[in-house]
Design a protein around this ligand. Structure first.
Ligand SMILES: [Zn+2]
Length: 55
C-alpha cells in the first residue's frame, strides 16, 4: 500500500485524535493507543470507529 505521506500526516484517530501508523503490506491504518485498525479501501482510509477492527 502506498498512501501519500501528506495524506497520512493529516490523518488522526477519530477516537483519540492520536497519530496513526501505516503498516507496510497491510491495508490498514493502526492506532496504537486504541489498538484499532482502520481499513483502507481503494486507497481511501475509512476513518470511522464503527469500521475499525480491534488488534
Ligand atoms: Zn486512537
Amino acid at each position: 500500500m502506498s498512501l501519500a505521506p501528506q495524506l497520512l500526516a493529516i490523518l488522526v484517530c477519530p477516537k483519540c485524535k492520536g497519530p496513526l501508523e501505516n503498516r507496510e503490506r497491510e491495508t490498514t491504518l493502526v492506532c496504537p493507543s486504541c489498538r484499532l485498525a482502520y481499513p483502507v479501501r481503494d486507497e481511501i482510509p475509512i476513518m470511522l470507529i464503527d469500521e475499525a477492527s480491534p488488534i
